[in-house]
Design a protein around this ligand. Structure first.
Ligand SMILES: O=C(O)C[C@H](O)C(=O)O
Length: 465
């Protein structure tokens, strides 16, 4: 491999000649061989591209950066956002907790690429842009990294998570409507209970997802607050007047998202409660989806020896040894995602607890876990819709068999003959292996005609209508 020499305040560093990064990126590559190769999510780098471009525009607008430099920075940021420079960001999550090295990675790449765009060879002649003085002007890692985090996380939640959840919600609501007349036996404590419709059961799932969507949306105003302008400790040292408001305005314009400057920059640097808060809502969604997926796989269990009330799509052979076996694989994938999200929530909570004085230094791990959860939940919701929920069919004969057999239909007799006599009927039917009707008539508590009139599963589902 051929190298060129790059310099920083500590001296000279050999950098692969074909790469755009500089000395500080190379030091980080050498000093943090932890889980390499690159694990810093590219979305964070794209967040940086938005904010560096926004900073260049704000600095120019406020008179501290030339138009020429602004335009060069903006051109490189656009290239980053087009994905043209992805391989120039080789760093890992497990670096400085402020993300300084990733900030410098972006500064160095922008400076070197701008040098090329200015028609020069990297390392030759005076630098067109200085990474710290021009690209990082009016900034610190301490306010840029949280800004990049918020941009990346907000975009991911809106574009992937919420979009996926809305699709799944629609599918569950449609299934609920489609199966609104299918009367089935309810279960509480995993034991037979009174009847309800399959539509009612699925309406509960749809409502859970709807509440999850609202929970996420409720957190977005905090996530929309940007730390940029706080610089090193939140005071805004080395920024022109009004820079925080102007830079947030540019970032909002470039992203098309409602970003605003954080009301309190000290909070925005020292704590990442906004990340904890939105991820808390993602955890709520994971809890809901886990319950829904568990119910669906239990309802579909069998086909001969389980509950078997619904039929889920047979997407692939389930077993390498048992011919003809079909497994609830989408439920399994979804519940694994939920396990990961709940685990990520713990890592994020631990990270969020670690704000020491003016700076939280768990930024990269919090951002990476958040982005993973947001992506997985959105993707899994779509997959669960397409490959499972939309194809669910009720197994009507099995549902009917289980309803008609259920001892808990006896509950309909409570208002007619009282709880004790109804219990006597149920207990006798269970003990003797007979039907409720046989025992009700034999014990002389209800005539056959009244039984047929009073014990009607479909009527037992309607008290909420
Ligand atoms: O990199 C910076 O801008 C600041 C650094 O994180 C520090 O506070 O030491």
């Amino acid at each position: 491999m051929t190298y060129r020499i790059e310099k920083d305040t500590m001296g000279e560093v050999k950098v692969p000649a074909d790469k755009l990064w500089g000395a500080q990126t190379e030091r980080s590559r050498n000093n943090f061989k932890i889980g390499a190769p690159a694990s810093m999510p590219i979305e964070i780098i794209y967040g940086f591209a938005y904010l560096k471009k926004g900073a260049a525009y704000a600095n120019h607008e406020l008179g501290v950066l030339s138009q020429e430099k602004r335009d060069l920075i903006a051109r490189v940021c656009d290239e980053i956002l087009e994905g043209k420079l992805d391989e120039q960001f080789p760093l890992v999550i497990w670096q400085t907790g402020s993300g300084t090295q990733s900030n410098m990675n972006v500064n160095e790449v922008i400076a070197n690429r701008a040098h090329q765009l200015a028609g020069k060879k990297i390392g030759e002649g005076e630098k067109t842009l200085q990474p710290n003085d021009d690209v990082n002007k009016s900034q610190s890692s301490n306010d840029t990294f949280p800004t990049g985090m918020h941009i990346a996380c907000y975009k991911k939640v809106v574009e992937v998570t919420l979009a996926g959840l809305r699709q799944l919600h629609k599918a569950l609501a449609a299934k609920s409507e489609e199966m609104k007349d299918v009367v089935k036996i309810g279960r509480t404590h995993l034991m037979d209970a009174t009847p309800l419709t399959l539509g009612q059961e699925f309406s509960g799932y749809a409502a859970q997802v709807e509440h999850g969507i609202k929970a996420i949306e409720n957190t977005l105003p905090h996530l929309a607050e940007l730390a940029l302008g706080g610089t090193a400790v939140g005071t805004g040292l080395n920024t022109p007047k009004n820079y925080d408001v102007v830079v947030a305005k540019h970032i909002a314009e470039f992203t098309g998202l409602p970003f605003v400057t954080a009301k309190n920059k000290f909070e925005a640097l020292a704590a990442h409660d906004a990340i904890v808060e939105t991820h808390g809502a993602l955890k709520q969604v994971a809890v809901s989806l886990n319950k829904i997926a568990n119910d669906i796989r239990l309802l579909a269990s069998g086909p001969r020896s389980g509950i078997g009330e619904i039929i889920i799509p047979a997407n692939e052979p389930g077993s390498s040894i048992m011919p003809g076996k079909v497994n609830p694989t989408q439920c399994e994938a979804l519940t694994m995602v939920c396990a990961q999200v709940v685990g990520n929530d713990v890592a994020i909570a631990v990270g969020g607890m670690q704000g020491h004085f003016e700076l939280n230094v768990f930024k990269p791990v919090m951002a990476a876990n958040f982005l993973q959860s947001a992506q997985l939940l959105g993707d899994a919701a779509v997959s669960f819709d397409i490959h499972c929920v939309s194809g669910i069919e009720p197994n009507k004969p099995r549902i009917k068999e289980l309803v008609n057999n259920s001892l808990m239909l006896v509950t309909a007799l409570n208002p007619k003959i009282g709880y004790y006599k109804a219990a006597e009927i149920a207990n006798a039917a269970h003990k003797n292996g007979t039907t409720l009707k046989e025992e009700a008539v034999r014990l002389g508590y209800v005539s056959a005609e009244d039984f047929d009139k009073w014990v009607r599963p479909e009527d037992m589902t309607k008290s909420l209508d």
